[in-house]
Design a binder for this molecule. Structure first.
Ligand SMILES: NC(=O)c1ccc[n+]([C@@H]2O[C@H](COP(=O)([O-])OP(=O)(O)OC[C@H]3O[C@@H](n4cnc5c(N)ncnc54)[C@H](OP(=O)(O)O)[C@@H]3O)[C@@H](O)[C@H]2O)c1
Length: 292
């Protein structure tokens, strides 16, 4: 049994069917089974639970051979945060996996580190450290920014009007990877015990600025509209104003500022060279699939 926390998300939705279709029994842990309705099918069982609740996690992980953590608390419903989900929630998952004698696959981010300016990246680093110290058989999969996630954030209106959003100047090169490719790697990590004790970092085939990303998004939607830039000073003001009342929005805005300024490039050659059968989905193809 492979237990997937985060099975309902952008990555999980592509991972769970892949595991089930290759004959693995999968249990999806979600706070709302309604969000897992599209995953129902042979070999997939859904259980309700919150990774912030140790009892929920213990029940969900019972009998697991492998646990995959594809959760994050960066944004999303339920008052989540990186501290409560990526750190405390992953601590609960790791403890439950240890009791079950299960292997553990942690989905993390390229750049995870103790001093990274984005809090999520620091929380992922803390989870990675907990996992390494746990004594479990583990694999860490780090990915760059998902095409599908950023298309949803910046292109909410693209199909209706062609309008897209760019945070800041949008001229910083960023490595984007498709969640299709990351799902293939996580599925491999979950099922190939030869990948234990490894940190596998995955990125996409090239780099794009957010301005270029917006143009590809409009191409994929077949619509040209205004590209609205939110200038950096406005982002800084938004982050300050939202900090107390909408912390998740403040986190997203601060992260957008970092993505507009920090080196976000990445060379995926190591993992792609070691695992040449992984799909290499380019950004236009990922956008086309997403908008279809
Ligand atoms: N998106 C990116 O650009 C990106 C880049 C690199 C790495 N990653 C990593 O890839 C993984 C998947 O990200 P994603 O973008 O696919 O996520 P997503 O679409 O935003 O979905 C978030 C998932 O986390 C689950 N979750 C959040 N809080 C939870 C809680 N308290 N208890 C149980 N489940 C909870 C949600 O489940 P329910 O709502 O069903 O409970 C949902 O399945 C994460 O580890 C993320 O950090 C993402």
């Amino acid at each position: 049994m492979i237990v997937v926390a985060g099975g309902t998300g952008t990555l999980g939705t592509r991972l769970v069917p892949r595991l089930a279709e290759s004959g693995h029994a999968v249990r999806v842990l979600t706070r709302d089974p309604g969000r897992a309705a599209h995953l129902a099918g042979a070999g997939v069982e859904v259980t309700r639970g919150d990774v912030r609740d140790p009892a929920d996690v213990a029940a969900a992980v019972d009998g697991a051979a492998t646990v995959v953590s594809a959760v994050h608390g960066f944004a999303g419903p339920g008052g989540v945060s990186p501290a409560t989900v990526d750190e405390a929630g992953n601590a609960n998952l790791i403890a439950a996996a240890a009791r079950a004698g299960a292997a553990f696959v942690l989905v993390s981010v390229v750049g995870a580190g103790a001093t990274h300016p984005i809090g999520l990246f620091r929380a992922k680093h803390a989870a990675e450290e907990m996992l390494r110290a746990s004594g479990l058989d583990w694999t860490i999969v780090r990915a760059t920014a998902f095409v599908e996630t950023w298309a949803s954030i910046t292109g909410r209106e693209v199909q209706a009007s062609g309008r897209t959003l760019v945070f800041g100047r949008g001229d910083n090169p960023i490595n984007f990877v498709s969640a299709i490719d990351v799902a293939a790697l996580v599925a491999l990590a979950a099922t190939d015990s030869g990948l234990r004790g490894q940190v596998l970092e995955l990125g996409g085939p090239g780099h794009l600025t957010f301005n270029e990303f917006a143009a590809l998004l409009q191409d994929a939607a077949g619509r040209r509209g205004a590209v609205r830039h939110i200038p950096r000073p406005a982002l800084r003001a938004m982050a300050l104003a939202a900090a107390a009342i909408r912390p998740a929005l403040a986190r997203q805005v601060r992260a957008a500022l970092v993505m507009d300024t920090l080196d976000m490039t990445f060379d995926p050659a190591a993992t792609r060279g070691a695992l040449p059968a992984l799909p290499s989905t380019d950004v236009p193809s990922a956008l086309k699939e997403l908008l279809a």
